[in-house]
Design a protein around this ligand. Structure first.
Ligand code: SAM
Length: 319
């Protein structure tokens, strides 16, 4: 069984953007407030996970920064002794005003999703004109010392695949880690967009053609399957997450919980395991420990992405 030390915690299923490949706005139904775990419950479940070996937590969403008192929640996680590292994945639109407070509350580092460096194109991809807000958020994050600041980029054929150079150019100007994440089919848009996946092998080829060989093994703090490289002369780095073309199950150290208290041992698990009722009944730590131990055992050794219709929505479980 893989060692599970990394929890991805989705604090809301709502988002202020509607990216074409994620489409939170098209969800049939958002969770009602009463269905969402309180911060106290989320912190409690995190503590239980920490008793089972989890020492890293990533806050995600929906969009975590539109959630009220998110800074306070970061502080609550910081108070859990066994948690060594707290990170966040955000679209960055609300980051400018929050970056310093998040850092102060105990956030260590941040990943910002940004698929284009063109304001007009940003609007087409996300449905809003927030490009400059995101850019200000990225700058604020670097200034606040949320380090390293990473950008998550999904390239799609005919939509933004002409921007590889522009993203690499950022790594010469800023200590940013630009990560190309392969689009992978987990949601309603599976059929529409799966043909648009651009493999990282192809992206790497484009970079090598333009900049020469990549220096392998650049040391970047991270919890996952990304492989990091450096373009000669750059201050930042480039990472590749080949979620579509590669299978990194054997090294998978993560478990996910969404804001309603559904635990997913794998993104490709057909069903989640509901822990919400146990939290509402205020059962003892022993009962929760037993329950979560059982869920962790259900983590498959190999993902079934080619075998099952995934039920998990990226927009709720948070990547
Ligand atoms: N709102 C936050 C954000 O935008 O980063 C957190 C939630 S978002 C669902 C988390 C990450 O999942 C983003 O980096 C997004 O690009 C990625 N994502 C969403 N759908 C995806 C898909 N089908 N394949 C690969 N990554 C996906």
């Amino acid at each position: 069984m893989n060692k599970i030390n990394y929890l991805r915690l989705s604090v809301t299923d709502r988002c202020n953007l509607n990216c074409i490949y994620c489409n939170p706005a098209e969800k049939e139904k958002f969770l009602h407030k009463s269905e969402i775990l309180s911060y106290e419950e989320m912190a409690r479940i995190t503590k239980i996970f920490s008793m089972l070996g989890v020492n890293k937590v990533r806050i995600t969403g929906g969009e975590p920064l539109i959630k009220k008192e998110i800074v306070k929640f970061v502080g609550m996680l910081r108070d859990i002794k066994a948690i060594d590292e707290i990170s966040m994945t955000t679209n960055g639109t609300h980051l400018k005003k929050l970056a310093k407070d998040l850092k102060h509350a105990g956030l260590d580092r941040i990943n910002i999703s940004l698929d284009t460096l063109q304001a007009e194109r940003f609007e087409k991809i996300t449905g809003t004109d927030g490009f400059h807000d995101v850019w200000d958020g990225i700058t604020a994050s670097m200034e606040a010392g949320l380090s390293p600041t990473k950008l998550n980029v999904i390239l799609m054929k005919g939509i933004n695949d002409d921007e590889v150079d522009d993203f690499i150019d950022l790594t010469f100007r800023y200590p940013l880690i630009v990560r190309f994440i392969e689009y992978f089919p987990t949601n309603r848009r599976l059929k529409e967009y799966s043909g648009n996946t651009i493999t990282n092998e192809k992206v790497k080829g484009v970079i090598i053609n333009a900049y020469g060989e990549l220096k392998e093994g650049r040391d970047v703090i991270g919890n996952g399957p990304a492989r990091y490289y450096q373009v000669n002369g750059a201050v930042g780095a480039v990472g590749f997450i080949s979620s579509f073309s590669d299978n990194f199950c054997s090294a998978c150290n993560r478990i996910r919980i969404d804001s309603s208290g559904m635990i997913y041992p794998c993104l490709f698990t057909k069903e989640g395991y509901a822990v919400r009722h146990l939290l509402k009944e205020n059962v003892s730590d022993e009962v929760l420990l037993q329950f979560i131990t059982g869920v962790i055992r259900e983590k498959p050794l190999h993902n079934k992405k080619n075998e099952c219709e995934p039920k998990v929505e990226m927009s709720s479980v948070g990547g």
